[in-house]
Design a protein around this ligand. Structure first.
Ligand SMILES: O=C[C@H](O)COP(=O)(O)O
Length: 229
């Protein structure tokens, strides 16, 4: 299980370097808020061999806009391009997933496309995570992710129990996909996450000391890495 940490600046990225994946994000623009291309590029430069991920926003149903954002993040140096689906409807989701996957893979077949749905879909009226797995596989994207959409401290486990997350992970594996899980995860959730065993877990608040609007702390990233090894 790999640890993805989401810094919002080059300085925070320096504190995240012990993580497996450095995920560039702008938390002030939403759960999967997109940061500037020059921040992605700057973080890629300091990340060395560590893979860099970039969130491209909590997207509305706008396949062209999402595809261009995904293309921009790939060009800026992201190895993982992470796309949130902040709308409902399987057909519309299929269109956006195909558009972003084509935008990235035509030029960068080695890069990973991550499609995220939200654990708290019911309160937001967005597509449920279980609906995305087959769409992600059909489009040739790589990773199906669950995060929380509203960052009010409620964690992934307040919306989905372990059995549901086991099923999501197993379904993705059957389809040849990786699974990423995130959503206000805490140190005390790590044992349960190890048992679920997704390929990736994503954190920010936990390694900021509990408040994701503050900065990533290097010692907490190291603590999380120690607990996962
Ligand atoms: O990709 C993961 C997210 O950045 C998770 O953020 P969070 O732990 O603050 O919910």
């Amino acid at each position: 299980m790999q640890l993805l940490v989401s810094p919002s600046s080059i300085e925070e990225a320096r504190s995240s370097l012990s993580a497996d994946i450095i995920d560039v994000k702008k938390p002030s623009e939403g759960s999967l808020g997109a940061n500037f291309p020059w921040i992605i590029r700057g973080i890629k430069e300091i990340a060395g061999k560590k893979p860099v991920s970039a969130a491209i926003g909590d997207n509305e149903y706008k396949p062209g806009t999402a595809a261009l954002s995904a293309y921009g993040a790939a060009h800026a140096g992201a190895d993982y391009i992470k796309v949130g689906l902040m709308f409902d409807g399987d057909d519309r989701a299929r269109e956006v997933i195909e558009a972003v996957t084509t935008a990235v893979k035509r030029e960068f077949p080695e890069k990973y496309v991550v499609i995220a749905a939200y654990a708290d879909f019911a309160r937001m009226g967005t597509i449920p995570p279980f609906a995305i797995s087959s769409l992600v596989a059909d489009a040739g994207a790589d990773i199906a992710m669950i995060d929380t959409g509203i960052k009010d401290g409620k964690s992934l486990f307040e919306f989905m129990d372990k059995e549901t997350l086991d099923q999501f992970t197993a379904r993705n594996r059957e389809l040849g996909l990786q699974t990423a899980l995130a959503g206000s995860l805490k140190f005390e959730d790590l044992d349960a996450l190890k048992r679920i065993d997704p390929e990736i877990i994503g954190v920010r608040g936990m390694v900021c000391g509990g408040d994701r609007s503050t900065a990533v702390r290097a010692e907490l990233v190291e603590k999380a890495m120690m607990m996962l090894r």
